[in-house]
Design a protein around this ligand. Structure first.
Ligand code: SF4
Ligand code: SF4
Length: 174
């Protein structure tokens, strides 16, 4: 999964809550439950945990935290290691070395990272919600997260090309 960069500022917004969709049944029998509906984050295997990341890269954007309230605002400025066209980290294996404030998510962290996007699969599962239709695990297509407009692909600029990220606060990530 991806991580994030968080900077200090004096304003921010609250993440929005989202509802879980209902499940379908086939031939009168309940469909087999996928792992994210039957397991807690703690119970997931390493492969299951990794597959939960939808590849949106919303968490790879620069964020500012209100120093008084702790609330967070997102920008359309991405970490310099993010390939803004493919929406993937250019050097995932060495990300912690290249970007010291890059965070490797763990089960313990999830509930404490209040700035995680409301659409983040880890956050949704931790809050007892379901994944959205566009999540690659649900759709079976890694591109639906882009087609649905959830990912930051082609919507962000690299921090290398921006002078003042604080002037680039956006509302489409909550
Ligand atoms: S699903 Fe969560 S961890 Fe994965 S890229 Fe999106 S915001 Fe980041
Ligand atoms: S180093 Fe890679 S994974 Fe970490 S914030 Fe930057 S782009 Fe995202």
């Amino acid at each position: 999964m991806r991580l994030a960069k968080l900077r200090k500022k004096s304003k921010a917004t609250k993440p929005a809550a989202e509802a879980a969709p209902k499940r379908a049944a086939k031939n009168g029998k309940p469909a087999q439950e996928p792992f994210w509906r039957t397991k807690s984050l703690k119970e997931m295997s390493k492969e299951e945990w990794e597959s939960l990341c939808d590849g949106c890269a919303r968490c790879c954007t620069v964020k500012f935290e209100d120093t008084d309230t702790g609330l967070v605002e997102f920008t359309d400025v991405a970490c310099r290691q993010l390939d803004t066209k493919s929406c993937r980290c250019k050097n995932y294996a060495k990300r912690k070395t290249l970007v010291p404030d890059c965070i490797a998510l763990t089960v313990r962290m999830i509930g404490k990272l209040h700035w995680l996007p409301s659409t983040c699969a880890y956050r949704l599962i931790d809050e007892g919600k379901d994944l959205y239709w566009w999540h690659p695990l649900v759709s079976g297509d890694p591109n639906t997260v882009h087609k649905a407009g959830i990912s930051v692909r082609n919507k962000v600029v690299s921090e290398d090309d921006v002078e003042d990220a604080e002037k680039r606060i956006i509302r489409w990530i909550k």
